[in-house]
Write a protein that binds this ligand. Sequence first.
Ligand SMILES: *Cc1c(COP(=O)(O)O)cnc(C)c1O
Length: 247
Amino acid sequence: MSTIEMRLQAVWDRIAQAAAAAGRQPGEIRLIAVSKTFPAAAVSECMAAGQHAFGENYAQEGVDKILALAALQSSNVAAESSRGTGDLDRPARPEWHFIGPTQSNKTRLLAQHFSWVQSIDRLKIAQRLAEQRSADLPPLQVCVQVNISGEPTKSGVAPDQLLALVEQVATLPRLTLRGLMAVPEPTPGDTAQRQQLRRLRELKDELVDRGFALDTLSMGMSDDLEIAVAEGATMVRVGRAIFGERR
Ligand SMILES: *Cc1c(COP(=O)(O)O)cnc(C)c1O
């Protein structure tokens, strides 16, 4: 097994164990492999090991990789069919999630190339995505990013502005609002970390109580995925534990 394959298997095992410990089914938690800074070849290797969903932080880097990977896959498929091996084991196209800071001048790239944008933090970005998402594509799946730690430099809407933003995003065409995402402040010890993750879950539950059909709680990374699963994460975004340390 390659290193990526072994690490991926270890992350799946961690998710399964955390789910079991929390009395949840492992299938309730989706893994997003965060491939930022790693090349398309690493994504391809990860797909060959069975991983389907990938996350990127920078719009241009993400789109370059999406296109490189599509080219790589079509040349693999062409090579297979010229050898007479069928399409049967052709890997499905990967599902791409944008998880990085959003900029107005990059929304068109996101609307054209990604399936999900998890990091909506202001109305203007959501409006641009709604305008720019082509009617030929399925609706863009979106999450609102919440600044649960209150750090001034962190992306995300403040919890007291969340309801107003969610109400507006939910009405936009071409977008499907799925839930909330957060990047907690790294804290020494689990307790403070857990409190931040729990806060995100409570915010989502409050919105569901108000009638918003949200099914996604995107939280948990390489270092805190077990706590996130215990606190109700439905998506964990894991980079280093799969691809190795970033330069
Ligand atoms: C980089 C990143 C991750 C993955 O972090 P790791 O510590 O490498 O697992 C997850 N979410 C976001 C928003 C990121 O920027």
